[in-house]
Ligand binder design. Structure first.
Ligand SMILES: C[S@@+](CC[C@H](N)C(=O)[O-])C[C@H]1O[C@@H](n2cnc3c(N)ncnc32)[C@H](O)[C@@H]1O
Ligand SMILES: [Zn+2]
Length: 383
């Protein structure tokens, strides 16, 4: 029996979606998947497309086509969008959505397995200027092919919903799936994002392709990264130079980062496990993020704007952060708002900003002990 559909409006695009997807959380994956809660995630894709202006965009795991169609309709660029999926029922909905939005001339619908479709582009001139990979779970199986099917300078974006793995809950699985160790720390989302980017750099590196990250964001349930693909051995070498390791010591809480993993904390000698290999380089293209932010503000997409705004300046800091909440609980002192800890740090000459990837975090050039002092000062307690 065909699935019951409902017509909704997301952004400026009308979409037929399975009626049941609007009722259950999380929505059913079969026969057709649509997640209304991913609206902000798709708003950001539209804004990034508006800021980068791809001529061609491939939504390679399209589902109902929501993301690709929104890019075609709302990014104010005349982007040609290809929507691919291996599910016949999903593509039936996608086709209806293309018609409904009068996008027949600017959209192509392809019934194909994602890797097979991506690899079919390797020998062709017409690669894609943007490719989005939005799977159930890990994007790892698609990353190498996506980097090869993108044009030089093209943008690859991907979602990972195996957030627990990338955030250090299952280190063995992160090692098997991403070839990188993810362990628990006070900055697990940033680490997960950097592991994804590091994985992309290594997958591209196999074929002499480098990456240049544009932006990254995360919620409790998923992680998402955007990067440009740069062809050539020199670009690939430069990317691999940005790989490294980040460690949080569970003894003294110091953080360290560098090109190699460490076995013992340099400050106190406690045995440690380093996160990585992961991307330690820049993760934000300030110009693109500023453009995308402007677009979200004009569109009135508050959540998307709030995701993008704190990314500015993030690359001025080392690839980790501190948590005032955790310091207060360790010291058994009343909790200190992030704002007060920030003021205490900047008041004593450190640079500091909110950690965009964690709920309650601060990025700063202060060492852990200096951070603790600032939190103490902010709480009005003394050592
Ligand atoms: C998470 S959904 C995509 C959601 C969509 N991007 C959106 O924003 O609504 C993943 C889709 O990938 C399709 N899919 C999963 N594995 C695939 C593969 N190997 N090749 C092609 N399609 C695949 C599924 O049929 C499903 O429609
Ligand atoms: Zn230590």
């Amino acid at each position: 029996m065909p699935q019951k559909l409902a017509l909704i409006c997301e952004g400026g695009t009308e979409l037929y979606v399975p009626s049941q997807s609007l009722e259950g959380t999380p929505p059913a994956t079969h026969p057709v998947f649509f997640n209304p809660a991913a609206k902000t995630n798709r708003d950001i894709s539209v804004a990034l497309a508006a800021a980068t202006g791809p001529k061609s965009f491939l939504d390679v795991l399209a589902g109902t086509g929501a993301r690709g169609l929104r890019v075609a309709k709302e990014s104010r660029r005349k982007t040609h969008v290809t929507l691919a999926d291996f599910s016949t029922p999903s593509l039936a909905v996608t086709r209806r959505n293309v018609k409904r939005n009068q996008l027949l001339r600017r959209c192509t619908v392809v019934h194909e397995e994602a890797n097979r479709y991506l690899t079919s582009r390797f020998e062709r001139q017409e690669k894609f200027d943007a490719i989005d990979v939005d799977p159930f779970g890990s994007p790892a199986p698609f990353v190498q092919a996506a980097t090869m099917a993108a044009s030089d300078g093209g943008v690859v974006s991907m979602t990972a919903t195996d957030a627990a793995v990338l955030c250090g809950v299952y280190p063995d699985v992160s090692f098997r799936r991403y070839g990188a160790l993810a362990v628990r720390s006070e900055f697990v989302h940033e680490t997960g994002l950097r592991i994804l980017l590091g994985f992309a750099a290594r997958m591209g590196g196999i074929n002499d392709i480098g990456i240049e990250p544009i932006m990254a964001h995360s919620t409790l349930h998923y992680l998402r990264v955007f990067f440009r693909v740069k062809k050539g051995a020199a670009k690939a070498d430069a990317s691999v130079e940005a790989l490294g390791y980040v460690t949080q010591c569970n003894g003294c809480n110091a953080r360290e980062w560098g090109p190699s993993p460490i076995e013992r904390c340099t400050s106190c000698g406690t045995r440690v496990r380093s996160n990585g290999p992961l991307w330690t380089g820049k993760i934000v293209d300030e110009e693109v993020v500023a453009g995308a932010l402007g677009f979200t503000k004009e569109a009135g997409w508050k959540d998307a704007a709030e995701t993008l705004a704190p990314l500015r300046g993030v690359d001025l800091f080392p690839p980790f952060s501190y948590s005032p909440e955790r310091v207060c609980s360790r010291l058994k002192i009343p909790s200190v708002p992030v704002r007060s800890a920030l003021e205490a740090l900047t008041g004593t000459g450190f640079t500091a900003a909110r950690q965009p990837f964690e709920e309650n975090g601060i990025k700063t050039d202060a060492e852990y002990a200096e951070f603790v002092e600032a939190v103490r000062a902010a709480s009005g307690t003394s050592a």
